[in-house]
Design a binder for this molecule. Sequence first.
Ligand code: HPA
Length: 267
Amino acid sequence: MFQESANYLKSKVNRSSGIAIILGSGLGELAQKVENPVYINYQEIPHFKTSTAPDHKGRFVFGSFGGKEVVFMQGRLHYYEGYSLQEVTFPIRVLKEIGVKTLIVTNAAGGINKTFAAGDIMLIEDHINLLGTSPLIGPNIASHGERFFDMTYAYTPRLQKIAKESAAQIGLPLQKGVYIACTGPSFETPAEIRAFRLWGADAVGMSTVPEVIVAVHCGMEVLGLSLITNAAAGVLGTPLCGQKVIETAQKKGREFEALIERIVEQI
Ligand code: HPA
């Protein structure tokens, strides 16, 4: 099925993008800096599902950015929308089929680490999958990868180094840490956040991990960046608000864009 979706994209877009960038909540505007953009709505692609999450447009934007041919995903699918993890990660398989070799994943996340502040950007060094399942349950897609595969270097060290250097070059402080994925859509409880801190998690969100698992399965290099939009539940003792999460992400959009552009230039 993903071949048919890929063939559709190839028939519409006559360029080969080696880098894909998934834009998380509040970060969709980053795709506006793309030169000579070609837009493809998820809805028009055979077998594709579309995003119902707030502020997720649901389209690919092909074009050049940071001097490279890239494809942005303006909007992703989430488990909490009712999609299976196979459906959530279907776009990654399609990206593989159209020749993407490098995946940059972004998200909005809550800060578990008490030294983090809202507005910080965190380089994802590793993750914890608390979704209770994997997008790879079921028959292995052998044309993409092996049944059992290594996750030690899921977040490609070479790209982490480039991200750190890029942040330093533009004078942007970069936090580092472990991202834990929860199903949502409720935010976590303070007790959960305390437990996650003991496990070594620094930031919490509702996405990214399934996409990274599939990207690693199909041999892509992966870079992950979280925008810390809020202190996680119980850290400050104030209630969390979904709308505020999106607004905080939107406010930091420019800096995030500058960082990603610099990274893409150096990949
Ligand atoms: N928890 C889960 N997902 C999130 C959060 C949070 O605190 N902030 C942004 N996305």
